[in-house]
Design a protein around this ligand. Sequence first.
Ligand code: B16
Ligand code: MG
Length: 223
Amino acid sequence: MSRTGFIFDLDGVIVDTAKYHYLAWKNLADELGIDFTQEDNEQFKGVSRRRCLELLLEMGNISVSKEQFDNWLEEKNEDYLKYISGMDESEILPDVTKILGYLKEKGIPMALGSASKNAIPILEKVSLLPYFDAIVDGNQVTKAKPDPEVFLIAAEKLGLEPLHCVVFEDALAGIEAANIAGMVSIGIGDVNILSNADHGFKDFTEIDFNFINDLIILLKNKN
Ligand code: B16
Ligand code: MG
């Protein structure tokens, strides 16, 4: 059995759903008279839905009842579900399928580690669900990244020690979570922003099979 596991974040690593989250939050922000920009949306990446709404309401200096809060959460999610309903394989980020396919061929266990409660339907839409041996999503975690819970559960589901796992993440909080978990962290996106990652790449087109093979050997030999 393999001693190494690969864990992938979803939004910003496998697919770019951030644009749909942005549109749905923007619609709610407009309704509430809150100015919400693409730049503001950066803070929402990797952050739970509940925490995003708290941040949005803080921006607008709005305090609400629990019931109203939950209604807005649901409204945002229904809107988001409409945006993602048309997603297909064309929305998979460049070379992701190539790397997943290579790892699958080599028999390396793979897990998803995402804050999204919509992770499984999204993976189904883009036909990537069969690649994963374990899925850990927003329905299973109680502590948000940078807490390492999501990745520790993923390692446990794969039957692996955290030190034998690698995490691919696009959010600062996610890199921090992987580092705290004692896993190798790989930043995907702006390498200057993700400077606390062990390795950084703009996207998967910059990652070759030699890098993956070296990583597998490194993880395998860790004690
Ligand atoms: P949902 P990730 C995260 O996904 C997104 O980056 C973040 O913007 C979103 O608020 C969060 O999922 C919750 O998503 O509303 O679908 O439960 O990057 O952890 O894969
Ligand atoms: Mg992400």
